[in-house]
Write a protein that binds this ligand. Structure first.
Ligand SMILES: C[S@@+](CC[C@H](N)C(=O)[O-])C[C@H]1O[C@@H](n2cnc3c(N)ncnc32)[C@H](O)[C@@H]1O
Length: 196
């Protein structure tokens, strides 16, 4: 995979596989929304931590932060760090999910491995995932233990799937009401991961 250098995204489109590998910070509103979802007792796994700008702030609020980033130069330039922040240079695709993590943070809008990472966190016992990967814009807090409903039950509502897809599930026009539009249904087997 291409190493594009810090902050270098020029010439890439968001569909390019190299986009995910590139380092790009988010805006302050994104970081603040993710920080607000953390608890003092949390042990955080920051997935694709970049230059640790989020991990550092999280470490001030939480018990511990384990920050995984595959690009060593970013981590080298980010030191020194507080004692409860543990940076690890590793590739999440070949990573042994550590026990004891309570929450994952995946600030990676163009992540193509959402399902894999969410499943890894769940298997390691984490209860929540804070991410901008499914909706692309806002930050959401996913309850990793919440039951997932069949896609058909999302008809006429917003849905988000275990595979990382999110959107509006078509339904009969008569079924649309304000309350339905306010709801988001966690589903499994959406049309993207299980085409009809
Ligand atoms: C868009 S940046 C966001 C960085 C950080 N989460 C933030 O919000 O400040 C995504 C980061 O994830 C890292 N990354 C992408 N895929 C990875 C993988 N498989 N293993 C480890 N790090 C990865 C990239 O190197 C990059 O630094």
């Amino acid at each position: 995979m291409a190493d594009l250098g810090a902050g270098h995204l020029s010439g890439l489109t968001e569909a390019d596989p190299a986009w995910e590998a590139a380092w790009a910070p988010y805006d302050e509103a994104t970081y603040q929304a993710a920080l607000a979802a953390l608890r003092p007792t949390d042990v955080v796994l920051d997935l694709g931590a970049g230059d640790l700008r989020f991990a550092r702030q999280a470490a001030r609020r939480c018990r511990r932060v384990i920050a995984i980033e595959r690009r060593l130069p970013l981590l080298r330039a980010a030191g020194p760090w507080p004692a409860n922040l543990w940076p690890v240079c590793a590739d999440l695709r070949q990573w042994h999910w550590p026990p004891g993590v309570t929450v994952g943070v995946l600030l990676m809008r163009h992540c193509r491995r959402f399902a894999e990472y969410a499943a890894g966190l769940r298997a390691a016992g984490a209860g929540r995932l804070i991410t901008n990967a499914r909706w692309g814009l806002g930050v959401e807090v996913i309850d990793l233990e919440a039951p997932r409903r069949p896609f058909a039950e999302a008809a006429g509502r917003w849905y988000a799937c275990a595979c990382g897809a999110a959107g509006f599930a078509p339904g009969p026009p008569g079924a649309l009401d304000e309350q339905a539009l306010d709801q988001m249904v966690e589903v499994r087997a959406c049309p993207r991961c299980e085409p009809p």
